[in-house]
Write a protein that binds this ligand. Structure first.
Ligand SMILES: NC(=O)c1ccc[n+]([C@@H]2O[C@H](COP(=O)([O-])OP(=O)(O)OC[C@H]3O[C@@H](n4cnc5c(N)ncnc54)[C@H](O)[C@@H]3O)[C@@H](O)[C@H]2O)c1
Length: 262
């Protein structure tokens, strides 16, 4: 049993993309509590700085770095700022739902326009490739690295209205499995955490005005509730530690049992 997480990934430098909010912020906070030095990446520098302040207030070490993971020039500048890192969490991603005004607009694939596909593929797949490609050479040279990508059950099970998003996330899983096979002998592991629906962002806002909101949506979840942004963080720390040296090429669901592991 792990009784003390306080130095579990001590001495490691970790970058979490899109960690100015949500799941990424929670993973970054947990990694800092587990002893890592954190780089907080976000499109929005203000959000990143706020998370850095939270980590520092707890006695941890963190730095902000603004960058768009989809833009190779921006990623290049980010790497120049951070230098080599040991742990990369590809968390930035989105595209589950298109929002129209205050209402959820669910769009079937037949109703989408091709120009809507590219941004979804770019943030959920191409961004993962750019950031991983940029940080991997130093990990290989140093003989140690952890790459973790946050994906979605839309890409494992397949969900209505999330077809292109699911395709991008499934591709990120395929990428991770293939890369794991390439780099395992050089001390680098590559895994994914697959999430179910989280009570976060717009969903959390909608729940504020509807007391039954979560219960209705959680019927398909054996644990009986939707996810919280903290739920994946302990597993993220574990997978990015020395303890997970023999764990690679895997996709771990953190989804309240919504879709059994394949
Ligand atoms: N929220 C869910 O229900 C859910 C479900 C399954 C999977 N996921 C996945 O979990 C991950 C985190 O989701 P979330 O809901 O916490 O995210 P979020 O929408 O709260 O975004 C987190 C942060 O990412 C930043 N960001 C967005 N695009 C970026 C870019 N191109 N470069 C850098 N930063 C960027 C945003 O500014 C934001 O601060 C994503 O990969 C998402 O696909 C989320």
């Amino acid at each position: 049993m792990i009784r003390d997480w306080s130095n579990f990934i001590g001495g490691r430098a970790a970058l979490v993309t899109g960690s100015g909010a949500g799941v990424g912020r929670a993973i970054a906070l947990h990694m800092a509590r587990a002893g890592a030095e954190l780089w907080i990446n976000d499109l929005d520098l203000g959000r990143a700085e706020q998370v850095v302040a939270e980590i520092e207030a707890e006695g941890g070490t963190a730095h902000p770095v603004a960058a768009d993971v989809c833009d190779p020039a921006s990623v290049h500048d980010m790497v120049a700022t951070t230098g080599p890192i040991d742990i990369l969490v590809n968390n930035a991603g989105s595209g589950v739902l298109a929002w129209s005004g205050g209402d959820t607009r669910l769009v079937s694939f037949a109703e989408t326009d091709p120009h809507e596909w590219e941004p979804v593929m770019r943030v959920n797949l191409t961004g993962v490739l750019h950031v991983t490609h940029s940080y991997l050479p130093d990990m290989l040279e140093r003989g140690w690295g952890r790459i973790l990508t946050i994906v979605s059950d839309s890409g494992r099970r397949g969900e209505r209205f999330q077809v292109v998003y699911g395709a991008a996330k499934a591709a990120a899983m395929g990428f991770s499995r293939g890369l794991a096979a390439e780099v395992g002998r050089q001390g680098v592991t590559v895994n994914c955490i697959s999430l179910g629906t989280m009570m976060h962002g717009r969903l959390a806002e909608m729940a504020e005005t509807d007391p039954d909101f979560e219960a209705k949506r959680a019927k398909a979840y054996p644990v009986g509730r939707l996810g919280r942004v903290d739920d994946p963080a302990p597993l993220a720390v574990l997978l990015c530690s020395d303890a997970a040296e023999w764990v690679t090429g895997q996709v771990y669901p953190v989804d309240g049992g919504y879709v059994q592991a394949l």
